[in-house]
Design a protein around this ligand. Structure first.
Ligand SMILES: [Zn+2]
Length: 89
């Protein structure tokens, strides 16, 4: 991969909205998932997910004392953002 996606203000081809759009300023998740999100999902779509995330957590009554809750949330996020669910390790 030869992108400058780590530069502030760089744009990415967003996997969700299909636009060439500004990338997120900071990775929301550590590791590969964070990198994938930052290189594939634009700042606007991420902001939409952050609003949706609150609704999803409430609707599914996710309890983060349960480690599986994080997995459920990540799957919901991938679906919302149009990312391949199988890509997660
Ligand atoms: Zn987007």
């Amino acid at each position: 991969m030869t992108t400058n996606a780590n530069e502030p203000g760089a744009t990415i081809q967003c996997a969700r909205c299909g636009r060439q759009a500004p990338r997120q300023a900071t990775a929301a998740y550590p590791g590969k998932l964070g990198e994938e999100l930052i290189s594939r999902i634009c700042a606007d779509c991420w902001a939409e997910w952050q609003q949706m995330e609150v609704i999803v957590i409430n609707e599914l009554q996710l309890n983060f004392m349960d480690p599986r809750a994080q997995d459920v949330l990540v799957q919901q996020m991938r679906e919302f953002l149009g990312l391949d669910p199988a890509a997660a390790e």
